[in-house]
Ligand binder design. Structure first.
Ligand code: ADP
Length: 487
């Protein structure tokens, strides 16, 4: 490979900050391309990385000041589709946006409620990405896809190959295994996509975007080393474990980083008072301001427990509801910020009525409030049943808010509990109410020893959760794939 020639990478995702974000995928896709570009330029190598996203909301065209480049017509079996391609350079990276114009059925929500239309949106997006490349006169050496929404691209690329590895090589990052693109079968048939024939898969998986992408990708990345191990077991791999057991060389685990400029308590102007590990006393001002805002009487003795989460069963929300109800006699206060499953929203509101001066429920998605909670919470509760990586615990630690988490996936990989002197958080297992409550009580006891607690906060704030190391690991994969296709 000639190192002077830039490696061209097309990075695709359903969401990416600052444009669209629902959860950690948005953080990831908004920050990894920049981290990779910086990493390569630090080596005096050029990386030509470009990003392509669906244009979910029509209003984004004005909002982000996007310029239309061209239109594409994609012929399905039953209907003709028209997509428009828009462009914008941000942070030195070209971003393309694909808007489904005809049929005008796409939901404005990133992940709509209608399974068929959501499957249609992402299948059409995937097919259009490959048409867009032809029109651009810019052929990527590597296409990097993320989760089921874009995994069909790996399959489409593979099915056109005449040799085992051919440009573009493809990588698929798995952020959330159980979401495989269910309900996509009729849509794939509409676009003439042939199911994959992979013996290690159960029959039902051969016609779903995520498994098809897994079988077709040249390299697969799980978003933490522990998740890569977990994917070799049936509990976490939902029937695809035999594939990972049979192809261990294809699967690596790389923990996500967070954007250290975006998440920095020293410079964060969204919080009341900036702080660092050297002046943790200033942090208290944030708690005071939050308590004022929500009408809680301020007290320094009760730890403030925060939850900042999608309200889905994956996140262990049942455990949170149970543990808070059963430990209401302890001296904590809690603020819950979350949206999602209506049953959970209702349950938190009901608990708020029972514990009015102790628990405050904010059932919404609100990035500004999230920052205020990271900056003022003493502990963040993350009893997730599974957690491929998890970013909230890393952001929380950066802000001195200590995670109480189930020892699983990326939570296990990012939270240190041993030796005691290096502790950055508290882990428990198994994921039961009893062990969660035991861990919560242990952390509250530790909180009461403020000297010890300060040590834990400082440890947490000093840990490096930036993209530095993980971007280097991705860069190694890019370089080795580029060597295969750039001969
Ligand atoms: P997941 O991607 O599974 O939702 P992560 O921990 O990887 O979980 O990432 C969650 C991201 O979404 C974090 O940036 C977190 O701050 C943010 N987030 C989650 N819930 C909310 C909310 N209700 N309001 C604002 N931000 C939220």
């Amino acid at each position: 490979m000639n190192d002077q020639r830039p490696i061209k990478v097309l990075f695709t995702s359903a969401e990416a900050e600052p444009f669209y974000k629902v959860g950690g995928l948005g953080d990831y896709a908004g920050s990894l391309p920049i981290a990779l570009k910086n990493f390569f330029s630090g080596l005096n190598l050029d990386l030509d990385i470009r990003v392509v996203l669906p244009l979910h909301e029509k209003k984004s065209i004005k909002q982000f000041n996007l310029e239309q480049s061209f239109s594409l017509v994609i012929q399905g079996k039953g209907q003709t589709n028209e997509c428009k391609v828009f462009e914008k350079n941000i942070d030195g990276i070209t971003h393309y946006f694909i808007r489904q114009v005809q049929p005008a059925l796409a939901s404005e929500a990133i992940y709509g409620e209608d399974q068929y239309l959501t499957a249609y949106k992402f299948a059409l997006f995937s097919v259009t990405v490959l048409q867009m490349i032809k029109k651009l006169d810019w052929v990527p050496d590597i296409i990097h896809t993320n989760d089921w929404h874009t995994a069909l691209i790996n399959h489409l690329v593979r099915s056109k190959r005449t040799e085992p590895v051919q440009k573009p090589a493809t990588i698929l990052t798995i952020h959330n295994m159980p979401f495989m693109g269910y309900g996509s079968e009729p849509v794939l048939s509409e676009f003439g996509v042939v199911p994959c024939a992979e013996d290690a898969f159960p029959a039902w998986a051969q016609n779903l975007p995520l498994p098809m992408g897994i079988a077709a990708a040249d390299q697969i990345v799980a978003v933490s080393p522990s998740y890569a191990d977990e994917l070799k077991t049936s509990y976490f791999a939902y029937g695809l474990e035999n594939y990972f057991l049979a192809h261990p060389e294809k699967l690596t685990g790389i923990i996500n980083g967070i954007d250290y400029d975006r998440w920095d308590p020293r410079t964060d102007t969204d919080i009341t008072c900036q702080f660092s590990e050297e002046n943790l006393n200033a942090r208290i001002e944030n708690k005071k301001a939050l308590f004022d805002e929500i009408g809680f009487e301020f007290d320094l003795d009760s730890p403030l427990l925060v939850v900042i989460s999608r309200l889905e069963s994956q996140k262990g929300i049942d455990l949170i509801l149970d543990a808070l109800s059963e430990t209401a006699d302890l001296n904590w206060k809690a603020v819950i910020l979350g949206s999602g499953h209506h049953g959970y929203e209702y349950a938190f509101r009901a608990l708020e009525r029972i514990l009015p001066n102790k628990l405050h429920a904010m059932m919404e998605y609100n990035p500004l409030l999230a920052k205020k909670l990271y900056a003022s919470g003493d502990m963040i509760l993350m009893p997730s049943l599974y957690e491929p990586c998890g970013l909230s615990q890393m952001i929380a630690m950066r802000y001195g808010c200590i995670p109480i988490a189930h020892a699983v996936g990326g939570l296990k990989d990012s939270i240190t509990t041993m030796p005691e002197i290096n502790r950055t958080g508290f882990l428990f297992k198994p994921a039961t109410k009893t062990s969660f409550i035991r861990c919560l009580k242990k952390s509250i006891k530790t909180f009461n020893d403020q000297k010890k607690w300060r040590r834990i906060q400082i440890n947490a704030m000093q840990k490096d959760f930036s993209w530095r190391q993980s971007a280097a690991s991705y860069a190694e994969i890019y370089k080795s794939l580029a060597r295969l296709v750039l001969k």
